[in-house]
Ligand binder design. Structure first.
Ligand code: SAM
Length: 243
């Protein structure tokens, strides 16, 4: 079933005019035509069944029929990641959306090479990944934010899985295994190509609720580290556990 993210409110009987890029995707890429069944979601009203209609030649809309799934959210898990090269950051956003992160904060650390971010492009990637996964929300992409500010503004009760390749951190799955399944909010933190500076590491480790973890004996690229860390978190504390 094709799923389309839309901005408009959703209710039975509503007709949603589609933007040219949405029409191009449905009609030219997915080869859909008048009468095709599709699902729509907007990140707040759940998922709805609809029908593609063509009131005028080459002008399309979705006629919303019925609620298929009420709105629900996955675990309260954010990803904080240092801004890395464009392609790797795009991969991180796509995989974070697939792996259930609610928000992705792109942060600028002392060793971040570039603070440039194409938020429009990253938002498109997040929407496409959310459409594909079946989730009912789209992760928010926030940044670029100086890392010290992001750390200061993080909610006091949010626990932090600090992926620390340097030193003595315990293996991630073991470090998380002793903790209660996530009823409190969590964040995963991944550094830049050059790693965190010693003062940043000290500041992160001093934060209440920080859990330094190792992702094994090999140094991973930031995109691999983000995927590995989110996977371990979902397996041990998140919605990959049997409920
Ligand atoms: N400091 C490294 C260097 O320049 O040799 C590279 C940092 S690594 C490319 C980017 C980030 O991925 C790190 O800051 C850390 O958050 C995470 N990471 C990579 N490998 C890791 C590991 N084995 N254990 C924990 N975190 C890791």
């Amino acid at each position: 079933m094709i799923r389309l993210f839309v901005d408009q409110d959703l209710a039975a009987g509503q007709s949603l005019p589609l933007r040219p890029d949405q029409i191009h995707y449905l009609v030219n890429v997915m080869r859909q035509s008048d009468g095709a069944a599709i699902h729509v979601f907007n990140g707040r009203d759940g998922e709805w069944r609809g029908v593609l209609v063509e009131p005028r030649k080459k002008v399309f809309a979705v006629r919303v029929d019925a609620l298929v799934a009420p709105f629900s959210l996955g675990p309260d898990l954010d990803l904080y990641v240092a801004v890395v090269k464009r392609g790797r950051l795009e991969t991180i956003v796509e995989k974070a959306a697939e792996l259930g992160a609610r928000r992705v904060f792109a942060v600028v650390t002392e060793r971040t090479n570039s603070a440039r971010l194409n938020l429009d492009r990253l938002n498109v990637i997040a929407i496409e990944a959310a459409e594909q996964t079946g989730r009912l929300d789209v992760p928010r992409i926030i940044g670029p934010t100086p890392f010290a500010k992001a750390l200061r503004e993080m909610e006091d009760n949010r626990r932090l899985m600090f992926c620390d390749e340097a030193g003595d951190a315990p293996p991630a799955a073991e470090a998380l295994a002793g903790l209660a399944p996530a009823s409190e909010p969590w964040a995963v933190l991944i550094g830049p190509e050059g790693g965190f500076s010693p003062s940043e590491r000290a500041r992160i480790r001093a934060r209440d609720g920080a859990v330094p973890v190792s992702l094994g004996p090999r140094i991973l690229r930031a995109d691999t580290a983000a995927i590995a860390a989110l996977t371990i978190w979902q397996s041990v504390l998140g919605d990959w556990r049997a409920s």
